[in-house]
Design a protein around this ligand. Structure first.
Ligand code: ZN
Length: 284
């Protein structure tokens, strides 16, 4: 996570500063600004320096309660001015924004930033810092009930599961039924009666592998209904004439829809590929 440096947010230089070694740091303290989340670190710094008369912005770090932007205040090793009598041992972190009873103002991004900074502090210290709210050491409601309860709970990141991964494409169920080999000679297909000899329509009752073309075409459409397609008189597909085994515009529309579903070449003719897909391809 990036910390927005003083130079990046346009901080005024401090009027004075004194440093604190890590050995004296024992507390990580949460604050809030109890004002608008649109407040900038520079505005807070101006207030602290001009109105309060401090040497610099009071906090060691600041976090925007909405965006989660993390700003350097005085930084890790400079004595802060955020909790009277406890600035040496405490690293003070202000969540910029208000806290209204019963309403969550602190975004998941801001919570993640706070938690990240706390973990970072513990790493730098080489030991766990005590997590406190300002009210634990001062006569104040700071950091507000919402943040305080969250600190006391140990900074749980409930809403912070990483962005959901795109689901892998469904593998699909295996095709139902027993595969039936394409019954027409190689290169032939079920298609319109107006086509060439190898366009088998069902209209002339020709025999292939011991059954009529009409029976075979019905067989293929029946396999689609096993796959979940709504097929037959009054149904979504073949709704007019039903599954009568005579190739026409209804079978063409069904074949095209199935070919589209299976990412096959869409020509509306039922050749070996389209036939086999009904028996062998998984149902998506
Ligand atoms: Zn405070």
């Amino acid at each position: 996570m990036d910390i927005i440096s003083r130079a990046e947010w346009g901080a005024r230089p401090p009027e004075s500063r004194s440093t604190v070694p890590w050995s004296k740091r024992t507390v990580f303290m949460g604050h809030y600004s109890a004002a608008s989340a649109t407040q900038t670190p520079r505005q807070i710094q101006d207030y602290h320096m001009r109105v309060r008369g401090w040497s610099d912005i009071g906090y060691n770090f600041l976090i925007n309660s909405i965006t989660g932007d993390l700003f350097e205040g005085r930084g890790w090793n400079v004595l802060g001015a955020h909790c009277e009598g406890h600035n040496t041992e405490s690293i003070g972190v202000c969540i910029i924004g208000k806290d209204q009873a019963g309403k969550q103002d602190v975004s998941d991004a801001a919570r993640r930033a706070f938690k990240w900074l706390y973990d970072e502090a513990n790493d730098r210290k080489g030991k766990r810092l005590t997590l406190l709210g300002h009210r634990d050491r001062g006569n104040t409601t700071c950091p507000g009930n919402e943040i305080y309860a969250w600190l006391k709970a140990g900074l749980p990141l409930v809403g912070s599961t990483p962005a959901p991964q795109p689901k892998p494409p469904a593998a699909g169920r295996p095709a139902p039924g027993t595969p039936i080999a394409f019954p027409l000679p190689a290169g032939w297909y079920f298609g319109p009666a107006s086509g060439p000899d190898y366009s088998v329509s069902g209209l002339h009752e020709r025999y292939f592998q011991g059954r009529t073309d009409r029976a075979w075409l019905r067989e293929w459409a029946t396999q689609l209904s096993r796959r979940g397609w709504s097929i037959g008189k009054g149904q979504r597909w073949l709704g007019g004439a039903g599954n009568d085994g005579i190739y026409g515009s209804e079978y063409r529309a069904l074949a095209e829809a199935f070919q589209r579903d299976q990412h096959l070449d869409v020509d509306g003719l039922i050749g070996k590929h389209t036939w086999d897909a009904a028996y062998r391809n998984p149902v998506r």
